[in-house]
Every structure is written in C-alpha cells, then in structure tokens.
Write a protein that binds this ligand. Sequence first.
Ligand SMILES: Cc1cc2nc3c(=O)[nH]c(=O)nc-3n(C[C@H](O)[C@H](O)[C@H](O)COP(=O)(O)O)c2cc1C
Length: 241
Amino acid sequence: MQFALSTGALLLIATACIIAAGCMLTSQQPAGSGNAGTPSLDNSVALPAPRIAGSVSVEEALAARRSVREYAKAPLPLSGLSQLLWAAQGITDPAGLRTAPSAGALYPLEVYVACGNVSGLSPGVYHYLPQSHALEKSIDHDVRDDLYRSALRQPAIRDAPAVILIAADYNRTIRKYGERGARYVHMEAGHASENVYLQAYALGIGTVAIGAFDDRSVQSVLGLPQNEVPLYLMPVGKARM
Ligand SMILES: Cc1cc2nc3c(=O)[nH]c(=O)nc-3n(C[C@H](O)[C@H](O)[C@H](O)COP(=O)(O)O)c2cc1C
C-alpha cells in the first residue's frame, strides 16, 4: 500500500513527535519522588506535567496582560505554580532547549519559589529543576515576611501565596561572551518574566515583575548560592475578582 502524505500532515506528525518528546522530558520524575506535590526523602517534589493547550490565545494574553499586585486569599493550585515555572524555564525539546531563548543556549537563569499558601506544598523555599520538572526544597519555613522587608515592604510580596524569583549565574554567559554576556543575562530574565506574565494571565493568575529590592538581603533570605544574583521577584496568586 502506498502512502502519499501532504506537507501539512508531515508537519503535524513532526510537531506531535516534538511535543511528545518534550512531555516525556518534562514529566520525567526525579529518583525517589512520588506523586505530584508529594515530597520524597531527598527533598524533591514532582510537579504536575505542564499542559501545552489552553483556552486563551497568545494575542489575548498580550492584549490583556497587566501587572497585578493584589490577590485572592485562596491557595494557589500546585498545577498553576507548575505551569508558571515551566513557562519561565521549562524544557521543551529533547536537546534541552527551553520555553525562553538563551544566548548560546547557556541557560544562566535559576528559578526559585518562596511558597506560603500553595495547595499540596508545605511553606518554604524551593528551587525549580527544569530537567526533571520538579522542585527541591531548600528552606523549611515561610519567608514571605522577610522577603517583603527585603523588597521595600511592597505588600504584593507579603500577600501573594507564592513569590517566584528569577536569579542568574552571570559566569555561565560571561565565560563565552565576555562583558556583553551581562547584557544577555538581563535580556533573558526579561524573556522568562514575560513568559510568566502571559502564562499567568491565561490561567487567571495575577503577577507583577518586581525589580526594587536589596540584592544581598534577598540572597540571604532565600539562601541563594554566592554565584547567583536575584534579578526579578514575581509574586503570584489567583487574581481577585
Ligand atoms: C524592570 C522592571 C522593574 C519593575 N519593578 C517593579 C517594582 O519594584 N514594583 C512594582 O510594583 N512594579 C514593578 N514593575 C512593574 C511596572 O510598574 C509595570 O510593568 C508598569 O507600571 C506598567 O504596567 P503593566 O505591567 O500593567 O503594563 C517593574 C517592571 C519592570 C519592567
């Protein structure tokens, strides 16, 4: 039997293969992790697999996105947090490429989240692990009040159920590109942050990109490694109706 596939059909098949590979990568669970949201002995928490279909178009999200600084009291669902972290730095290609572009594919960004009221996650600080689409807990208590004081007492940080941090290890990029690498790192933080804004809007979640904070204080509150510089804080929570 002969098969004559149109270019459209071939494109469809190729797209399906890439998506399947991406999902296999992103839903891969770290050794020892249980169900999504369940901490394991090694302090890692598997996240629900990211969804790659939604009901809000990119155009709608671009047109309606706004910075939101007040949130509903309700907990942030783990699935929503998972989706936001994936939008920031999730892996979408078997070669390890991510949702946001990166100069030389060197990926200098690291993403953390300070959780206070996320369903299925105990309060604390977690590091996002793109390779396994999981979280690794590094601090075991709610740090949002401390973070609020580190960020000029901006109420959004104290009030949001969770605060995402985008940090960077500049050396990964500067090693290859010299001083120009610093510029690239800042551009990349912008890409990741905008991804979070658009994904948040599509999920009915509010967020704001916050750049006004004391670097050393944020570094200390979140227990960041010395080589990582905080660039953006993004409080996230269900938008108030
Ligand atoms: C680099 C940068 C730093 C920002 N820092 C803060 C901040 O510290 N606090 C804040 O409430 N908003 C901050 N914002 C959000 C801006 O205030 C907001 O984007 C602007 O008012 C435009 O509103 P829109 O995002 O709703 O379009 C920042 C935005 C950018 C791009």
